[in-house]
Design a protein around this ligand. Structure first.
Ligand SMILES: Nc1ncnc2c1ncn2[C@@H]1O[C@H](COP(=O)(O)OP(=O)(O)OP(=O)(O)O)[C@@H](O)[C@H]1O
Ligand SMILES: [Zn+2]
Length: 739
């Protein structure tokens, strides 16, 4: 239906106004729409448009509409949705990322719009707070309500009535008399001020120099990537908080990405102390309502000042900041920054892209930067800022390597005599010890001692992990879980199934037996129900209410426990098997991080690494404290093999329920696989996890000289391919996982 006069006709002097609108859907790109007369639409504006029989919310995009399409074939924009337009920087970022990851721009836009919800305004929750006015007549019921409010936060009428045990009429009566006043419980939290709270720290000269460099780029913002390369405990956080303050002073917003929720909670407390108000937090566990609130707050909808600081997980990178001024990626080497399903992206790399699009500085902070970032610093793309020593009087911990072949633990034990002795000494000195093993559960394998059968997952090519809790066998890939059987499913022998090898639960068992008087805490994702509980546990550890801490990588990084002086790594070799190209790099990073928890305050720390490979370069580098030599050797090996950061990789995983059909499709695909100048494909080969959630998996690996060559080769290869509906084809540029 066309409404005469609503928009200019083809034959009028002015050409009908058109815009491109990108929808958050996996479509080819932006679509053209007509702009109704009287409506001026600029790129970035959120709009509603018709799509087939439906209406969809999208964003006016950049680019020129196709003038060759007759106006009669186009539909008009239904409505402008209001709120500020998304900044050009964000639009450019979406386009860039879609191109890089070979995804549809609409899929990337969907990640931006995800926090918006359905676009409707949630109804505010009204709470009641006392005004100080005394009621005309005090009754026991009224007194109870006022007493609750005197000591606690504002509450809704229903809550008040319930807690005080009074009727809703009592609360209403107090409100009518002006004794209680309404407050919006969902209103934005207080805005941190850059000079409130405890204010700036006294930086030491190295910190000052690093902070100066970043502040300078944040002041009149310009793009510059900094690699804040400082040993554990050197005060990297203090340095980047100064840059956050600078961004806020110029009226801009700062985003700090962290790899784990536990670290988010700790940083939120530090920011609150420094700036006088807590930052907004963003992660995947946020309730929908809270997400909407944060999403709107960063946009500054309804004319409010956009929230100045957001800290969060990798997906916070897609928040629609109104005036982004700084991006920080803390623990930049962390694998958690890589998203491995849906659109596969590395949030560290994409942070640099977004900062570049926005023309603002980005800080990548780590004690053990990724080789990619080292290489970028060497090529002059990133500015390296070094902090070579710990803050204050704390020194680096002494690292001791225990050769498990020479001095093994006793039968059925996992702690060597040397480590057990060190734990005992630590407890005697009234200090804390951490026993680290990056393996959840009780035992990684369950074996029948009668026939040798190993308990495997029915859906995956993987062994089941035994968990003490409820004596269950669990698949860590698909979540399959079953009670441990009494008899072997293969030979029927009773009571012959035995756990093999240790997980953290088994280490906790051994520690409890050896040190019965010590207070133990087990920190592993299986044992912690919520972020709040984790926070409570971390608080207990910091307050020295725990003597021995047993944990997975959950406790390895970022935390600051002043009383912790001994770190024992139960199996330092764990990450080295499996042949992943980053196995050495990752093991070094993880062990250096966990070692970095020891001796951060006034008492010196020590670290004991249990290994069967004491001569391995990783162990030697850790023992000698020689990170730079390790990095140099690792770089050389990568350069020789043409692996990242000296070449680029993409992985293609094909999966499907039917093994034969999948094989045929893979062989067809191999016929056109890129082979040529600076690029070649390896495969098809069964993926290391050849069966996952009941789907067979085949993999190609594409190796190329550089990112451009890789991109072009993949587009040429995959654009004409029609994937059968039963088969999934997942492309991962710069893969981190090769499983
Ligand atoms: N300039 C400073 N003034 C006062 N305290 C500081 C200063 N710099 C660092 N600290 C303190 O030293 C400790 C370690 O600092 P911080 O946590 O920032 O180090 P980090 O480099 O981020 O460590 P990691 O990489 O191990 O997480 C903290 O307790 C911090 O408050
Ligand atoms: Zn499984």
């Amino acid at each position: 239906m066309s409404v005469p006069g609503l928009f200019a006709d083809d034959d009028s002097s002015a050409a009908p106004s058109r815009v491109r609108v990108l929808l958050p859907l996996p479509l080819a790109g932006a679509y053209d729409y007509l702009v109704p007369a009287g409506l001026a639409l600029a790129p970035g504006e959120p709009v509603r448009v018709p799509l087939g029989p439906r209406h969809v919310d999208g964003v006016v995009w950049t680019g020129t509409p196709d003038a060759a399409v007759p106006a009669g074939k186009l539909k008009p924009v239904t409505a402008r949705l209001g709120g500020p337009p998304f900044p050009a920087e964000l639009l450019a970022f979406v386009d860039w990322m879609a191109d890089y990851t070979l995804s549809a721009p609409g899929q990337v836009l969907a990640m931006v719009l995800r926090g918006r919800g359905d676009g409707t305004q949630p109804r505010p929750r009204i709470g009641w707070a006392p005004t100080g006015t005394v009621p005309e007549r005090m009754t026991p019921a009224r007194a109870r309500v006022l007493e609750i409010l005197r000591d606690g936060p504002p509450r809704t009428a229903a809550e008040l009535a319930e807690i005080a045990g009074v009727g809703a009429g009592v609360v209403r009566g107090l409100a009518d008399q002006g004794v209680l006043a309404p407050v919006d419980l969902d209103a934005a939290p207080p805005v941190p001020a850059h000079d409130a709270g405890s204010g700036p720290a006294h930086l030491n000269p190295a910190q000052e120099a690093a902070a100066d460099a970043i502040r300078d780029a944040a002041r009149a913002p310009r793009f510059e990537a900094f690699l804040l390369d400082g040993v554990t405990g050197s005060g990297k956080t203090e340095v980047y908080l100064e840059a956050v303050a600078e961004a806020m002073a110029t009226g801009r917003q700062a985003l700090v990405l962290l790899p784990e929720i536990a670290l988010t909670l700790a940083l939120a407390a530090r920011i609150e102390a420094r700036f006088g108000a807590a930052p907004l937090q963003w992660h995947s566990d946020l309730p929908a309502k809270e997400r909407r609130r944060v999403w709107r707050a960063v946009r500054g909808e309804e004319g409010e000042t956009p929230a100045p600081i957001v800290i969060g997980a990798r997906s916070a990178l897609f928040l629609p900041f109104a005036r982004l001024g700084l991006v920080v990626v803390d623990e930049e080497h962390d694998g958690a920054y890589k998203q491995d399903d849906g659109i596969r992206y590395h949030a560290r790399d994409m942070s640099v892209v977004r900062a570049r699009a926005a023309g603002v500085p980005v800080v990548l902070a780590s004690a053990t930067p990724s080789l990619e970032s080292h290489a970028n610093a060497e090529r002059g793309r990133y500015t390296r800022l070094r902090l070579e020593s710990r803050f204050g009087s704390a020194g680096m911990p002494a690292v001791e390597v225990v050769d498990m072949r020479a001095a093994p633990p006793g039968r059925g034990q996992w702690l060597s005599p040397r480590l057990a002795e060190a734990v005992a000494q630590t407890l005697e000195a009234g200090e804390q010890a951490l026993l680290f093993l990056n393996r959840r559960g009780y035992a990684p394998l369950t074996l029948c001692r009668a026939c040798g059968h190993r308990m495997g997952c029915p859906n995956c090519a993987a062994w089941l992990v035994s968990h003490r809790l409820g004596r269950r066998l669990v698949c860590h890939h698909c979540g399959y879980s079953a009670p441990e059987p009494e008899t072997c499913p293969e030979c029927g022998a009773a009571h012959k199934l035995a756990p093999c090898g240790p997980g953290v639960e088994r280490i906790a068992e051994e520690a409890a037996a050896r040190f019965p008087d010590a207070r133990l805490a087990l920190l592993s994702s299986d044992h912690i129900e919520s972020a709040a509980e984790l926070n409570r546990l971390l608080g207990q550890i910091a307050a020295h209410e725990v003597d021995i801490l047993i944990g997975t990588q959950l406790v390895a990084k970022g935390h600051h426990f002043p009383g912790l002086t001994l770190v024992g790594v139960v199996d330092a070799d764990l990450g080295l098997t499996g042949g992943d190209l980053r196995a050495g790099e990752r093991t070094f990073q993880l062990l250096d991080q966990v070692a970095g928890r020891a001796g951060r305050a006034d008492r010196p720390g020590r670290v004991i690494l249990q290994t069967y490979m004491p001569e391995h370069t990783v162990m030697r580098a850790l023992a000698a404290g020689d990170r730079d030599r390790f990095v140099a050797a690792e770089m050389e090996a990568r350069a020789d093999a043409g692996y990242p950061p000296y070449g680029r990789l993409a992985s293609l995983v094909l999966s499907g329920p039917d093994e034969a059909g999948l094989g045929t499709f893979a062989r067809d695909l191999a016929r056109t696989a890129p082979r040529g100048e600076g690029v070649h494909a390896l495969g098809p080969a069964p993926a290391p996890i050849a069966l996952l959630r009941g789907r067979h998996r085949i993999r190609f690996l594409v190796k190329a000289r550089n990112a451009g060559v890789l991109h072009d080769a993949l587009v040429r290869w995959l654009a004409p391919v029609r994937v059968p509906s039963a088969i999934r084809l997942a492309v991962d540029i710069d893969p981190q996982s090769f499983l």
